[in-house]
Design a protein around this ligand. Sequence first.
Ligand SMILES: C[S@@+](CC[C@H](N)C(=O)[O-])C[C@H]1O[C@@H](n2cnc3c(N)ncnc32)[C@H](O)[C@@H]1O
Length: 344
Amino acid sequence: MGRYALLILPSANRVYADASTSLTVAELEAFGRSVLGGRIAGAAAATIGGVPYVTFTADRIDARDAALLANLSSAYALFRIEDDLLRPVALHPLDRFDDDLITIQKYQGKTNEQFTKLLLNVTLLSSAFARDMLERKFSVIDPLCGRGTTLNQALMYGFDAAGLDLDQKDFEAYSAFIQTWLKRKRVKHHAEHGPVRRDRRVIARRLQVSLAAAKQDYKAGLTQRLDVVNADTARALEFFRPATFDLLVADMPYGVQHGSRTAAGKLARSPLGLLADAAPAWCALLRSGGALGLAWNTLLARRDEAAGVLAGAGLKVMDSGPYLAFAHRVDQAIMRDILVARKR
Ligand SMILES: C[S@@+](CC[C@H](N)C(=O)[O-])C[C@H]1O[C@@H](n2cnc3c(N)ncnc32)[C@H](O)[C@@H]1O
């Protein structure tokens, strides 16, 4: 049995404060359960040479296991513990682009990028397609995408990304950012940005981009798609076809920076009304075996209430083991948790 030590990204302590270790342990367990055949055991905090790590045991970590674990949202480095020495395990994450794709944009109300990666990972690991994490071009939708933190992480992984947001400023800011970034990085792409018309009326604005990290892939048509709509999330099925997404990931309004707009146009602090309005459409967007992952402020809505809405939409809510270990305090007004459910 081998012992391993995972060094957590220094930024994780800034983002999560005291919770960085417990969140890493929970995410590691989610990887262990779904893609490492339950071979990871005893994940716990440890201090080695005065530096905090998360240690665990596994009968072996082969190259594929390491390639999967390289994508842990807080992974900085992984070592195998041999006697009292640390032997590095090479980590090659999926990352396709420079990481400033995810870090450059700074704005109030941005979902922290490390947390966004955690939420996307845990959602992916809960889908029926988890074992294909390294090969599948997942299609991901964030139906409350703001200025695109989830979309950028999905692109980073080589996936297709779609999004909806009601806020026109957020839509235009993201649209400008991504097009400038793609040009500046000389990423081969084609973008279309403009109004969506129905019966001669403008019903939304939309940005559609096809891109590829490598020029030869673009030429061969091996592209990633980015498709963002400025509209109410409850209208998602007017813009996206049902059963076409593997993963739906959203950070619900916290009632601090953003309120939740319900179908009736009301601005509410609790995200439950928005969730109830949108859940049928969100569920319809997922293909069978797809998974949905939400983050929200538990000071505004209880976990069992949010879970009840998802179950009511016909989803199977994950409610055991690591899934109950992601709650953490963000600040005085926000206690954040995640809820993951799978479409049968
Ligand atoms: C917590 S923020 C998401 C931030 C995003 N993850 C990011 O990093 O930019 C929640 C988002 O939900 C959006 N929103 C609230 N009600 C909505 C609705 N009914 N339809 C679409 N978007 C909505 C807000 O405009 C806000 O951008």
